[in-house]
Design a protein around this ligand. Structure first.
Ligand SMILES: *[C@@H]1O[C@H](CO)[C@@H](O)[C@H](O)[C@H]1NC(C)=O
Ligand SMILES: *[C@@H]1O[C@H](CO)[C@@H](O)[C@H](O)[C@H]1NC(C)=O
Length: 288
């Protein structure tokens, strides 16, 4: 009896354990997509709505965590959420963009190029609804610094830390904990309040840089390689002073939060620019 119970507990623990996270949490993705929606041209907004699945209720943001739920159904999609490096704070497409089998293009940057190309090509065999949901998710992911972290520790997943009193890991701190703590401390636990605060910064605090965020002069399909390079630099700072079993509290939180908020803003603005280019024929921002 006791043994059976123990077995049951063990089984439940194994089954209920979340897979190693490799994505902004649901909230991070939601905010990236909400911000993107507000910068879409009318043409792009219509085209996006036409592609959304019925369950999205006409809201792109509702679909932006979909890709995380497909990791078991589409096992091949797992490596598309990140692009880790050997620890030199750089991103090199040729070196870093592959899966563990060494198949090239299988990383977050390759995926953004892949789904942008698929949406631009009406003869693409890929399901356009899925392409849109993958694209919206991966543009968020490439902006999360620890998605371009060190391969050795799986982008911080194996660095166990305490976030204040709770056990976490460095990757999860950047995916979820910083956002959760900010929501609780500053935004009344309300996601739209936090989203609006970031949005206000885009039009005020960051008004001058925002045009540069979306500028993309590149011979490649998108500028996703540039976004990965930025993330790998930010990841380097995120690792500083953090060891196995470190306790991360206010000092770390107040250093990380502005970075997280700005990356969410950049992700949103750039996702809109990509979608405007695909569907709207131009990449001019049209804030609404
Ligand atoms: C491109 O998209 C297709 C369809 O989802 C997928 O099978 C393929 O693995 C993707 N490749 C990359 C590099 O994202
Ligand atoms: C607004 O911008 C300032 C300056 O960059 C930054 O410190 C702050 O965290 C930002 N707030 C939000 C909500 O993005």
């Amino acid at each position: 009896m006791a043994l059976l119970l123990l077995l049951h507990v063990l089984l439940v623990t194994v089954v209920a354990r979340p897979p190693a996270a490799h994505a902004w949490g649901k909230d991070g993705h939601y905010m990236v997509c909400k911000i993107a929606e507000s910068f879409l041209t009318e043409e792009a907004s219509t085209a996006v709505k036409d592609l959304l699945p019925g369950w999205a209720g006409g809201d792109l943001a509702e679909t932006c965590a979909w890709a995380d739920r497909q990791r078991f159904r589409y096992r091949w999609s797992s490596p598309l959420h990140f692009a880790d490096n050997p620890g030199d704070c750089k991103f090199s497409y040729a070196r870093d963009c592959h899966n563990t089998k060494g198949e090239k293009d299988m990383c977050v940057v390759g995926a953004i190029n892949n789904y942008t190309a698929a949406l631009e090509d009406s003869s693409s065999p890929f399901d356009p609804t899925e392409s849109l949901m993958f694209l919206a998710h991966f543009v968020g992911d490439v902006h999360q610094p620890l998605h371009c972290g060190h391969a050795e520790d799986l982008g911080g997943n194996t660095i166990i830390v305490h976030w204040y009193r709770r056990k976490s890991n460095l990757h999860h701190v950047w995916d979820v904990n910083v956002i959760e703590t900010a929501m609780k401390e500053f935004y009344d636990n309300d996601l739209s309040t936090m989203t609006q605060a970031i949005q206000r910064n885009i039009t005020e605090e960051w008004a001058n840089e925002e045009k540069q965020w979306e500028t993309c002069r590149s011979r490649t399909k998108t500028c996703a390689d540039k976004y990965a390079e930025e993330s790998s630099k930010l990841a380097c700072k995120a690792y500083e002073g953090v060891e196995q079993d470190s306790t991360l509290e206010d000092d770390y939180f107040f250093a990380a939060l502005p970075v997280v908020q700005k990356r969410i803003a950049q992700g949103g603005v750039r996702l809109a620019a990509i979608l405007n280019k695909i569907f709207g024929g131009n990449s001019r921002l049209q804030s609404s």
